[in-house]
Design a protein around this ligand. Structure first.
Ligand SMILES: [Zn+2]
Length: 186
């Protein structure tokens, strides 16, 4: 297992549409292991493979509370099959946009179908934090970021700030070293 570098905006790879996973095999399990290790180290509660530069439709998540036992969840080729008519607003953050948080409105509940680590098809219905996190991560594998859901004015301000940082630090790595316990979603 290895902690990998997390891509930070304005890295263009974050805008790629990830490819479906063709086989749930040993190399995929290795990728998932690295994703969990990277996510826990960050720390975050969710991570999409593209955030470590792998354009595959893979998402890992652990939304257990800090002192509770780990609850690792893996979603391969996840797809939203239903959204609730009601929306909910929650504050989101992202490991690829460190230290920036903003309220985002999304459907309050969703149904998602996916493959598990055995390659078996599954479907779950989620609400609350799990629903927020799933939508945030599925956005990632479609090249969408949570700042796409806020006002253009705010988004432009964030992009400008990170472009400046990226210029200064060549990739913006310094900002990724974020040791403050936070609510980065992933
Ligand atoms: Zn994110």
């Amino acid at each position: 297992m290895a902690v990998r570098d997390i891509l930070i905006i304005p890295d263009k790879r974050l805008r790629l549409k990830s490819e479906p996973v063709k086989a749930v095999d040993k190399s995929l399990r290795k990728l998932v292991d690295d994703m969990f290790e990277t996510m826990y180290a960050a720390p975050g509660i969710g991570l999409a493979a593209i955030q470590i530069g792998v354009p595959q439709r893979v998402v890992v998540m652990d939304i257990a509370k800090k002192d509770d036992p780990r609850e690792q969840q893996v979603f391969i080729n996840p797809e939203v099959t239903w959204v609730s008519p009601e929306n909910a607003t929650a504050e989101e953050g992202c490991l690829s946009i460190p230290e920036y948080y903003e309220a985002v409105e999304r459907p309050q509940a969703v149904k998602v179908k996916f493959l598990d680590l055995d390659g078996k098809p599954k479907e779950i219905e989620a609400s609350g934090l799990l629903a927020t996190c799933l939508q945030h991560e599925i956005d990632h594998i479609n090249g969408v970021l949570f700042i796409d859901h806020i006002s253009k004015l705010k988004r432009d301000m964030v992009m400008k700030k990170f472009k400046k940082v990226a210029k200064k630090t060549e990739g913006g790595k310094s900002l990724a070293q974020d040791d403050e316990p936070s609510h980065h979603i992933g």
